[in-house]
Ligand binder design. Structure first.
Ligand SMILES: Cc1ncc(COP(=O)(O)O)c(C=O)c1O
Length: 405
């Protein structure tokens, strides 16, 4: 059958010619994706309960996003490197960000990925303060470029690539006593508003406020990574707004692009304009602010702002909490639609993942917290879809329990 031959070939090609990141790629051969569902080339449908790992927060191919991409593609694509020409999609995206960010964060720099946004933030902290020390958190993940890896914590993922950036100090996340180590040598403190890769660790409001006060008192920039926990994931557009703090820099990516690649930082103009002199062109990128991607991102933000009922997101969150209340799980950590459920080992997590996948449900694991099972459905997931998911996962958890005895 020709279709069979095509599928075998494409799988072999994938394995042999496309760089692999692990020995066990999931390997779904994608045909199409729409709303909360992905269809493979055999016609099997999967409910995407991980949002392409924190990206498709408004579902796949949101109609307004697709419309904006089509409209922009009809006008122009790349015309000039970042920052030189005036292009409407960047203006539209900046305006959408202004709707959901505090007024003082009035300046935006668009790049191509989350890791690049992290890089821009780290450089900005050094440029603003003239200092070199960067403070990061144990358990942190900020991306895979050298700078981002330097402020990420997992040593197993770092040691092969040393030397990394010097002068990085790691503190215990959510520990008020550790804040004493932030001093007048510190250029900036970078942390996830809610830690993702560490297995969904939600800090206390008291800690976040003490951290913000400490940064202010020593003149260090407080930089919050909202790449995974932003864009509605925690039940508000930005996770930092749960804690009543005023960060100096917001680092964004993932869902912001509406399904296309993007990164961004937001900061006050008085800081950001330092990139334009001493040295001139102090931070540059060819494709950052690409018009097609900014059009998509602006449409995504507008859709989230106008279509999402945050109370309903909380109700959905509650339904997930209910089905995760199971003897096989020792702890659930959650905020909004960002979930980690602890099993006993990676073997159990992988077994449950495979069990779900077989039944048409996509879940995931964490890079560094290997005993935790991960869920992060789109904000658009329906209550019926949650109910269906709950049945599958509970059946899997029952089997895990019986496998343990
Ligand atoms: C919290 C956080 N920061 C940074 C990144 C890096 O983003 P990207 O993969 O777009 O470089 C990620 C990606 O998973 C992330 O979760």
């Amino acid at each position: 059958m020709p279709i069979f031959v095509f599928r075998m070939d494409s799988k072999n090609y994938f394995i042999n010619h496309l760089a692999q990141t692990s020995p066990f790629p999931i390997g779904i051969e994608v045909q199409s994706a729409e709303g909360n569902w992905i269809t493979d080339t055999s016609g099997k449908r999967y409910l995407d309960f991980i949002s392409g790992v924190g990206v498709t927060n408004m579902g796949h191919r949101h109609p307004k996003v697709v419309e904006a991409i089509h409209a922009q593609a009809e006008k122009y694509l790349h015309v000039m490197v970042y920052g030189e020409f005036i292009q409407q999609p960047l203006h539209d995206l900046a305006e959408e960000l202004q709707h959901i960010l505090p007024k003082y964060l009035d300046n935006y720099y668009f790049v191509n990925s989350g890791a690049e946004a992290t890089e821009a933030a780290l450089k900005l902290a050094k440029r603003v303060t003239g200092r070199s020390e960067l403070v990061a958190m144990k358990g942190a993940y900020h991306g895979n470029t050298h700078g981002a890896l330097s402020v990420s914590a997992n040593e197993k993922k770092k040691y092969r690539f040393r030397p990394l950036l010097p002068d990085v100090r790691f503190l215990k996340y959510n520990s008020i006593p550790d804040l004493d180590q932030i001093t007048e040598r510190t250029a900036g403190v970078i942390l996830e508003s809610v830690q993702g890769d560490a297995g969904v660790i939600v800090p206390s409001t008291e800690y976040m406020q003490a951290l913000a006060a400490k940064c202010k008192s020593v003149g260090a920039l407080l930089m919050v990574d909202e790449i995974q926990c932003g864009m509605g994931r925690t039940g508000k557009p930005f996770a930092f707004s749960h804690f009543g703090i005023e960060p100096d820099v917001i680092i964004m990516g993932k869902a912001l692009g509406g399904g296309l690649p993007i990164g961004a930082i937001a900061a006050p103009k008085k800081h950001m304009e330092l990139f334009s002199h001493d040295p001139i062109l102090g931070h540059i990128t060819t494709f950052g602010g690409n018009p097609l991607i900014c059009a998509s991102a602006a449409a995504f933000l507008k859709a989230m702002r106008t279509e999402i009922d945050w109370n309903e997101v909380e109700e959905k969150s509650e339904l997930i909490t209910q089905f995760l209340n199971h003897e096989a799980i020792s702890e659930v950590r959650k905020i909004g639609l960002m979930y980690a459920a602890d099993l006993q080992s990676f073997d159990e997590v992988k077994w449950l993942f495979d069990f779900c996948l077989e039944r048409g449900l996509i879940t995931f694991w964490f890079l560094s917290t290997d005993y935790a099972f991960r869920l992060a459905p789109p904000l658009t997931v329906t209550k019926e879809e949650i109910e269906w998911t709950g049945k599958i996962i509970r059946e899997g958890l029952d089997q895990i329990l019986s496998r343990r005895t």
